[in-house]
Design a protein around this ligand. Sequence first.
Ligand code: ZN
Length: 158
Amino acid sequence: MSKNVVASVHYTGTLQDESVFDSSEGNDPLTFLVGHQQMIPGFEQEMQGAKVGDRRTFTLIPERAYGERDDAGVVQLPRSQFPPDEELNVGMVLVAQVTEGPLPFRILTVGEENITVDFNHELAGHDLTFSVEVVELREATEEELEHGHVHGPGGHHH
Ligand code: ZN
């Protein structure tokens, strides 16, 4: 696995308490263009040089995965900023539309006037262990390199 290669992998990600937060088991493998910021940085670093059939297991500290939690990401928003007829529940994930694009956040508390939300990534602040098996590697096409993403199975269709 190296830059500008299209990689397909099966993977399982676990937290330190061994609960699984994400897995491709039972689904199609995950396909991505290596070296184009599609994956968290540590993932690609640990898979450098892996060949088809190779299995690797590694643990990433937060700064190599989704970063540390930022307390500034927890903010109170007035209830009036939400649609009045939308039912708001603790744990719900909503998406704010900001100039940089969609920004997901989680609801922490629901008050009469204020809603406390968390813009931190759900996996921020966690050490993540990945078990990865390389299923397929191929050279990216020129068009894929231009677009910075994979076309066809597991990628964009356009
Ligand atoms: Zn494209």
